[in-house]
Design a protein around this ligand. Sequence first.
Ligand code: AMP
Ligand code: MG
Length: 492
Amino acid sequence: MNAEPAPLPRLTSEFAHELPELSLPWSAAEFPDPKLLVLNEPLARELGLDPVLLRCEAGTASLLGARLAPGSEPVAQAYAGHQFGSYAPRLGDGRALLLGEIVDAGNRRRDLHLKGSGRTPFSRGADGFAAVGPMLREYLMGEAMHALGIPTTRALAVLGTGARVMRDESLDPLPGAVLVRTASSHLRVGSFQYARSLEKSDVLPRLVDFAIDRHCPEAAGAPQPALRLLRHVVEAQARLVAQWMLVGFVHGVMNTDNMTISGETIDYGPCAFIDAYDPAAAFSSIDWRGRYAYGKQPAIALWNLTRFAETLLVELADDGDTAIELAVGELDRFDALYAAAWGLGMAAKLGVAHAGPAVSAELHEIAAGLLAELQQHRIDYTNAFRALAGAARGDEGALLALYPGEAAPGEWYGRWRALRPDGDAMDAVNPLYIPRGRVVDDALGAATEGDLGPFEQLLDAVMRPYEARPGYERFAEPAPAGAPRFVTYCGT
Ligand code: AMP
Ligand code: MG
């Protein structure tokens, strides 16, 4: 028999098989009138998939989990999590499914995961669905982060379902969608919290082995594998959050169920990029206390890592005091790791990476001077670095134009120029196009009405963030002066 070419290859179901306590077998809902809205062709090729096959009807059915690839055994994953500091013992995939794992063209294993695929036993009263706007938002933000060189989960596709979802009693029902997400795994701090809570089972050590196999195989033969895993995650998260801070990214909902073991950014719900530099910037409508404000992210990351370390204590040593001492030894490295990653990144942003580690203290003072002025004058963070690159090339016009009235750069500026910054190197690391909140909202509003044009343009801009292109000027415009505070809503 001549088999039709399949849109998806054989998948593995390692997570489902090796950690059965951490998931429930489940199936995706059936949808009346599915339609592919966006397909990530570069990612499809990385995964060894054929975009032409994915665009066919069989491709749509495969992406939605309606037609299962061989080897696929979909499961809803179980996890716990601290949400805004309060512990929820059982969250889990309330509207998501892991279809299985795929080995990509670079021989790395990646999860293929659905979001918005219907209710599961973890739905806790919610509908299990997702609306087009938030799913396109996750696609866009993930690709923007990827283009900025920041580790992230990535969307392979967004499909309209043909169904409508109710989100707000006062609003009309919204068009529904499913996001097909890839990640090097969906293990979260909350996965370990959940596994740790299953005291009668031996799932925690198996989860440790699973995470090591996926994310730091070098730890497998080490004398203290769990300690090595902790070290690896502390390092990965310190680097990740430093990268967020350098681009002005505010995740918005850094609950422990939204922090990965891989060090990839996950769950683009209420996230946003800062406009003016402001450590207190918090955009999420539900984060009214600013727990997850821009400037608090490093401290929150360490708080989450501490929750992670707690789950591992029983694996670190038989004696509790020794285990705590070992864990604290790893957690104590976070601040220095973060500062080093941030310092290196800031040196690159300021075009003085060539000046070497000797300028480190000087660089911190220069950066502090700059950031204080950006905050004081409410100057756009992203645009400031592009303007500084111009100044490094001898054109101070754009930089001075950012300052209000008679104000001008202070003493840090002369010290910085004396380091002979490289303007072209700065343009290669400081984005011109980021997904700015209001622009994103407008594009998603249009997409919800059925016009994907603005979304596709914005996506194209942020996928090549460093290169100025005619017609894209509006994507580099700062928020209008005096605009009301930008607010994001949890992406359901
Ligand atoms: P998150 O927004 O990722 O922090 O989600 C927190 C929890 O809420 C997770 O367990 C999600 O699966 C669940 N959840 C969010 N939205 C929905 C929904 N529409 N239906 C069912 N569960 C949901
Ligand atoms: Mg989540």
